[in-house]
Design a protein around this ligand. Structure first.
Ligand SMILES: [Fe+2]
Length: 139
């Protein structure tokens, strides 16, 4: 028996809008509604969107294959969604090359910061500055 993350609840201004948004970008189905949640299944984990008010913004990162990253980034661009190379919204319209892979950040309709990566983070934090992956200095 192993231990793994199974589902996580993400608050949304409009659960269907957020679920469809994420599903469209990742190329997976949103729903059907389960209890009062709208689930989006990503691999073995379910993101359960739920309507809420006055919530703080979450951050979710998705690890994709190279072809899936290309397809997702293409959908982001075609939908006119603003994207960034870094979590602090630096590098608008750019992707990063941290950890020897590729990564991109974008906001969902509820303001959550989502991230797509092709390589897991390494032991040492990296940051994309002026077109290069450099060791993050913190802060
Ligand atoms: Fe992240």
């Amino acid at each position: 028996m192993s231990t793994e993350l199974n589902h996580i609840i993400v608050p949304a201004k409009d659960k269907w809008e957020s679920a469809r948004f994420l599903g469209r970008i990742l190329g997976v189905e949103a729903g059907p509604e389960w209890a009062h949640f709208v689930p989006v299944r990503v691999g073995r984990v379910t993101i359960d969107f739920d309507n809420a008010k006055d919530f703080s913004h979450h951050h979710c990162a998705f690890l994709l294959g190279e072809a899936e990253f290309d397809a997702a980034l293409d959908r982001i661009k075609k939908a006119g969604i603003r994207f960034f190379a870094e979590f602090d919204r630096t590098g608008p319209g750019e992707i990063n090359r941290n950890y020897g892979g590729r990564g991109v950040y974008f906001e969902d309709p509820s303001g959550h910061l989502f991230e797509l990566i092709t390589r897991p983070y390494g032991e040492v934090p990296e940051q994309w500055i002026e077109g290069k992956a450099v060791r993050a200095t913190g802060g």
